[in-house]
Design a protein around this ligand. Sequence first.
Ligand code: FAD
Length: 537
Amino acid sequence: MPYTPPTDEMQFVLEKVLGFEHPELDSETIAAVLGEAAKLAGEVLAPLNSVGDRDGCMLAGGHVKTPAGFRDAYRQYCEGGWNAVPFDPAYGGQGLPWALAFPVQEMWQGANMSFGLCPLLNQGAVEALHAHGSDALKETYLPKLITGEWTGTMNLTEPQAGSDLSVIRTKAEKQGDGTYKITGQKIYITYGEHDFSENIVHLVLARSPDGIEGSKGLSLYLVPKFLEDGTRNDVVCTGLEHKLGIHASPTCTMQYGDRGGATGFLVGRENEGLKCMFTMMNNARLSVGLQGMAISEAATQMAEAYALERVQGVSLVTGKPVPIAGHGDVQRMLVTMRVLTDAGRMMSYYAASHLDKAAAGDTEAQKIVELLTPVVKAWCTDRAVEVASLGIQVHGGIGYAEETGAAQFLRDARILPIYEGTNGVQSLDFVFRKIARDKGAAALGWLEGLGPCDSDVDGVRCELISLVRALSEADPGKLSRAAEPALQAFGTFVGAVFMARATSASEERKDASAFYEGVILPRARAAIASAAYLLDN
Ligand SMILES: Cc1cc2nc3c(=O)[nH]c(=O)nc-3n(C[C@H](O)[C@H](O)[C@H](O)COP(=O)(O)OP(=O)(O)OC[C@H]3O[C@@H](n4cnc5c(N)ncnc54)[C@H](O)[C@@H]3O)c2cc1C
């Protein structure tokens, strides 16, 4: 069953649930943008998803060949102007709000997550360069990264430096002309090498020339595959990972400095590399949450369609053979998949709409983005694994075979809780930086400012407020143990808030919201109890 981008649902969430308004974007314009993106996603990218899974990428002589059809799809994507959607018009971007860019991105990710990773990483590179690059670097690199003629990557990870970037060894040495020589090895670099574009612009976290140990000695460098005069830089892909999923997304080992050192240009200030990289990572973390929700949508659509076709067993009412969608347990799985997906969509678009407000100088909105970034990343991606697994369950045995594509969704989704900071790291970010650091002010402000909720949701809110207060006073050891259930409780609650808002916008959502409240929301209570236990013991 092909993926159909749910454009009506996207527009419902944007306009009716989130009250999105924009002087230049009326409903017809939004529908037109979504409709055009849906054509590319549904007709070009989605049919390539299984091809990419089956054929994967190939590495020969430092060159990576992506699966048949991907390069042409990328060309169509760029020609349609899709790469430029949210970026600064001063550098050729379309300047559209993130609130609209997110639904558009959702389609690339839902149709073909392996493909969607290239623009996702590029988006992070553009944001980091835009925020921290010199005027000269911005003028040289941003226009082409924005059209998609060139693509950007994010080079953090090294064999000994995954979650802990403070032990990065790749190093930079200052040259007389103000450039740097970069030497070292990076691993797991998404789209580090490929055949989509003529140039690839790597943003590399490396140890500064003064070599201070720890994360304070790291700087960010821009290292292009080809320098401005056309010279090939000293960076090469030496390996591709064979992995569980996202086979069409090349995961590269990158060697810098086999021939004396790759030429790099400092982005931002020396020793502030981590700060600059976080511009990129925060942006990417929300988008990874979006990927989770997008793949949940695709898995749910596939399971819903299959359950209507597959006849097995008889109806308990009529005694006649029925499609499996007629069985209570299958209905439970399908509705669980649907409500988790819908809740994830609402919370990720909500965060995106606050990115726009924050960019316009709204400091309260900025606090909400910061609070919700680890929640959207971890909750939506954990749910993606759950939803994709349920998708296989709905299919029965054929779901475990590769034939339907249900298994691919689970294999692809499984990376989501790992990259862009594992979900364990997200939960630590949530409790230490987003709760304990300001003594719970942002979380409590958000929870208390929600206005009236119905009684069950309100009950959980009260428990969550107590938990946030306890977290903000806990010692670090206990805080880290309670972090994961605390994040899960918060995410599950946020989902309930938006499911209720959807019902206020449309009565038709009543049943879904009631299901969420009755079946999913109790998970928040259980998680609060777990977190409280871990704080006390
Ligand atoms: C397909 C793929 C694509 C990737 N793309 C990129 C990319 O484009 N660029 C890039 O730079 N990197 C990329 N990565 C790397 C990815 O971001 C890391 O794998 C991830 O950050 C985890 O690091 P690690 O693998 O070293 O795991 P580790 O850091 O070794 O973690 C192992 C486990 O220990 C836990 N853990 C670690 N430290 C702590 C702690 N302090 N407290 C509690 N728990 C902890 C983790 O949560 C995890 O469960 C990619 C990885 C993969 C597999």
